[in-house]
Write a protein that binds this ligand. Sequence first.
Ligand code: IMP
Length: 188
Amino acid sequence: MSASPPVVTFVSRNAGKVPEVRAVLAESGVRVHWRKKEFVEPQADTLEEVVAAKLRSVGGISGYVLVEDSGLFIPSLHGFPGVYSAHFLEVWGFAPMLELLRRRSRTAYFRTVAGLRHGGRQWMFVGEVHGSIARRAVGRGGFGYDPIFVPNGWNRTFAQVPASEKDAISHRARAVRKVGVFLARRRA
Ligand code: IMP
């Protein structure tokens, strides 16, 4: 029988992600400690490269350590803002994106890569949710791009629904749920 601990240290600067990660890992009986950390993100083309760099920088923390990186990808903008999602939102907000999409396909998806580390071993898990960009920002819940993202089959943005509804289908929930299943199997 393996002695995997039921606790994961989630390292992130973003407080908005913590309740989501906590709720989803609770489904697998895993508890979450949040360690707030501002990562120096590398110049990278993929979420996987960013996550690999984050995993390297949390090597000193014992037990299971979880990091993740997410982005909003818009195919009609050649995948932009993608790995630059945080920077773009901080500098520009929603307005230029909504303007650019007035005459382009509004199809978009969120993608999360979750990285798990335990000692010298590491694993990555991917989650995506597909949908479209709303014509204007709506809703007060969530964080980041939630007010402009409408998942396929919905007529509301992520910011208009209770957290539990976002957690049922979100990119982050899908990646982190895989982490929970993985940890539960290792403990079994
Ligand atoms: P990062 O993973 O913290 O680097 O996130 C990249 C950018 O995407 C940030 O601006 C986040 O606010 C945004 N983002 C990440 N996940 C979500 C989400 O679930 N909803 C809305 N925006 C998100």
